[in-house]
Design a protein around this ligand. Structure first.
Ligand code: ASP
Length: 324
């Protein structure tokens, strides 16, 4: 960019910036998708990327870009996060979210919250509070009220589709992953995530989920666990995961991608492949992740049939894909 001040020419070097977004991985097969649904999902991913890209393009930071993209996905009932969150065994909603800034390793996470319209905003508020990193349940909701965040009633979170999922799970007495049937080979994870690099070279990652249908006993997955579902470090990369949460916790998946780059010298692609196709797969963990590094390289990798995903660099063309 060239700026002209009273005949003095200043050359400002603009770094590359970019954003990637996911809307969950799993048994997402073209043969089971209608053309309308495909357009709906792709369109939603595209809108989320565009919103984040616009922030980055206008000189905004990666934390704000990630937050904005995730708010859009949380507000869309297609995804298992925010408005589209699945029902717990008590017929309620229990949402988790986390966010991390790679510049200073600040992180914020909330788990098992109900009624909060945008859990990612609550995670961000926690991140910006120097005294805390992780809040859960009623306390987290109280904190959201203190921060003036918007709450919605049960009607807002209700959808016939999610309620039918809940009834089916209740019949079988078993927790289900988003959209899954009781056929173990059919799993879909509707969690949403975003990773971004801004023009100042700062990375950020965020993840938000409604967890599992008919979930019991306060089960918590990887999404709110910093290092498992979300991680960002300016020295390596930013990562957001989706899949069988228990496996991502056991492999500390998001942090492991970063650690493999920092300590083993792997590049982003190699590190992502080692985590998703060797470590996770090795113990039976299904799912995927999106990652961006400090050089604006982007990986969107999964060991399942598909993953709703997309990215854009320097606010240019938006690429969206679903299947393998
Ligand atoms: N990872 C999430 C969890 O285990 C599920 C998902 O990705 O949809 O709660």
């Amino acid at each position: 960019m060239l700026i002209h001040f009273n005949r003095v020419f200043l050359f400002i070097h603009m770094n590359n910036f970019g954003i990637a977004v996911h809307g969950g991985a799993g048994t997402i097969l073209k043969s089971r998708m209608t053309a309308e649904k495909e357009i709906e999902y792709s369109g939603a991913i595209e809108i989320a990327i565009k919103a984040g890209s616009e922030i980055l393009k206008s000189g905004g930071n990666s934390v704000d870009a990630v937050t904005e993209s995730l708010i859009i996905l949380e507000d869309n009932p297609l995804f298992n996060a925010g408005k589209g969150s699945v029902f717990t065994s008590e017929g309620l909603h229990s949402m988790d979210a986390s966010i991390m800034s790679g510049k200073d390793l600040q992180a914020g996470s909330v788990s098992s919250v109900s009624g909060v319209r945008n859990p990612i905003l609550l995670a961000k508020a926690v991140m910006l509070d120097p005294d805390i990193v992780m809040l859960c349940g009623k306390g987290a909701e109280e904190y959201a009220r203190k921060c003036g965040l918007n709450f919605e009633n049960e009607k807002y979170f209700y959808s016939e589709f999610r309620y039918q999922q809940f009834l089916k799970a209740a019949d079988n007495g078993k927790a289900m992953l988003d959209h899954s049937t009781f056929d173990e080979s059919d799993k879909k994870f509707g969690t949403v995530g975003a990773v971004a690099l801004d023009m100042f070279g700062d990375l950020a990652a965020g993840t938000s989920t409604g967890g599992m249908t008919f979930v019991k006993f306060g089960r918590i997955g990887d999404s709110p666990v910093i290092g498992a579902g979300t991680y960002a470090n300016n020295n390596s990369c930013a990562v957001s995961c989706t899949g069988d949460g228990e496996y991502f916790i056991r492999t500390i998946a998001a942090y492991d991608v970063s650690a493999l780059m920092q300590y083993k010298g792997l590049n982003l692609k190699e590190a992502c492949e080692e985590v998703v196709n060797l470590k996770l797969k090795g113990i039976g963990g299904e799912g995927g992740l999106i990652a961006i590094d400090k050089d604006c390289k982007i990986e969107m990798i999964f060991n399942s049939q598909g993953m709703y995903r997309g990215y854009s660099k320097n606010a240019g063309e938006i690429f969206v894909s679903i299947y393998k």
